[in-house]
Design a protein around this ligand. Structure first.
Ligand SMILES: Cc1ncc(C[n+]2csc(CCOP(=O)(O)OP(=O)(O)O)c2C)c(N)n1
Ligand code: SF4
Ligand SMILES: [Mg+2]
Length: 303
């Protein structure tokens, strides 16, 4: 075979492979696929919405970073083909805060499970919201600590069974949108995993919003939460969540408690303006130090 024919064959094989490629492959580390998630788990759906959101924002992708903690959701950072970081339990938010402070040009996203973000990471979450750190948090809320065996989480609905609440959860769960709003988040939305277009739109809005933005996604954990509560398979549960959703944009976040297998209020609840952490710092230093202040570095001219 001539060298010309071989080159032509190689080019046509490359073209055929490119045509066969999934449109999201460019943003996935394909060498890590197959992923670890169970069939009908809701995490993959949320990742696909996130990739679609990334493809629609104007920020160059080399300026976007993803930070995850641990758990099934924590694996997201490993599958997304961006600068991404798989950090320790509950520490995704402080890690993301550090990234943003070190390089304010970055768009920093935390992809986190409910247990990681609101239990061990709860303290970091409330203070990052209070300070209005300019990061976007996507919280996959599957109502349990899935990866470690389906233990009770601070989001488990009252009466729901988990491996550590076999007679039903008796502790009042957190209402994440209310918590986020009270602490100072400037953008708060909630969807279920099957709200593909609305979830993607909220992610785009959150990514474009300066300040602490939170998108909560109610997703089925088919293997642990659904099975233990006899809720059918993951697909049944995904459909159930979608059908139980009532869309109420601008609803009072105090009314967004989730009760076991009942209605789930979804929508965009908060979209407001507050100076971000770095804007507040800059304004304060400018006021006190005047001309002596050099942006962000805080270096005085007479030092
Ligand atoms: C310091 C520490 N404590 C406990 C664990 C064990 N651990 C791993 S995943 C996990 C629960 C994660 O739950 P969630 O964030 O809701 O993620 P999911 O698996 O539900 O997506 C825990 C407790 C750990 N990795 N590190
Ligand atoms: S254990 Fe639950 S959350 Fe984890 S991958 Fe399986 S279905 Fe998803
Ligand atoms: Mg969870």
């Amino acid at each position: 075979m001539s060298a010309k024919t071989t080159t032509a064959k190689k080019a046509s094989a490359k073209k055929a492979a490119a045509e066969k490629a999934h449109p999201m492959e460019g943003l996935l580390r394909m060498d890590r696929i197959p992923h670890i998630w169970c069939p009908t788990c809701g995490i993959g759906t949320t990742v696909s919405c996130f990739i679609s959101a990334l493809q629609q924002i104007e920020t160059p992708l080399e300026k976007v970073c993803v930070v995850s903690g641990i758990g099934c959701t924590g694996r997201v950072a490993g599958y997304i083909k961006l600068d991404s970081f798989h950090t320790t339990h509950g520490r995704a938010v402080p890690f993301a805060t550090g990234l943003k402070l070190a390089n304010p040009e970055l768009k920093v996203v935390v992809f986190s499970g409910d247990g990681d973000l609101i239990a061990i990471g709860g303290n970091h979450f409330i203070h990052a919201a209070r300070r209005n750190v300019d990061i976007t948090v996507i919280c996959v809320n599957n109502f349990n600590y899935a990866m470690t065996g389906g233990q009770v989480a601070p989001t488990t609905p009252l009466t729901a069974k988990t491996s550590t609440s076999p007679y039903g959860c008796y502790e009042q769960p957190f209402n994440i949108p209310y918590l986020a709003e009270c602490c100072g988040a400037v953008y708060v939305a909630r969807w279920t995993a099957l709200h593909i277009r609305r979830q993607t739109k909220s992610m785009i809005e959150a990514l474009n919003k300066p300040g602490f933005s939170v998108v909560e996604v109610i997703t089925p954990c088919s293997t642990l939460y659904a099975r233990r509560n006899k809720l059918g398979d993951g697909l049944n549960l995904m459909k159930f969540y979608h059908e139980s959703a009532e869309i109420r944009h601008g609803a009072d976040t105090r009314d967004l408690d989730i009760t076991f297998q009942e209605k789930i209020i979804c929508g965009k609840f908060v979209d407001r303006e507050r100076p971000t952490c770095l804007e507040a710092l800059e304004a304060r230093h400018d006021k006190v130090l005047g001309d002596k202040y050099v942006k962000y570095g805080g270096v005085r001219e007479d030092d």
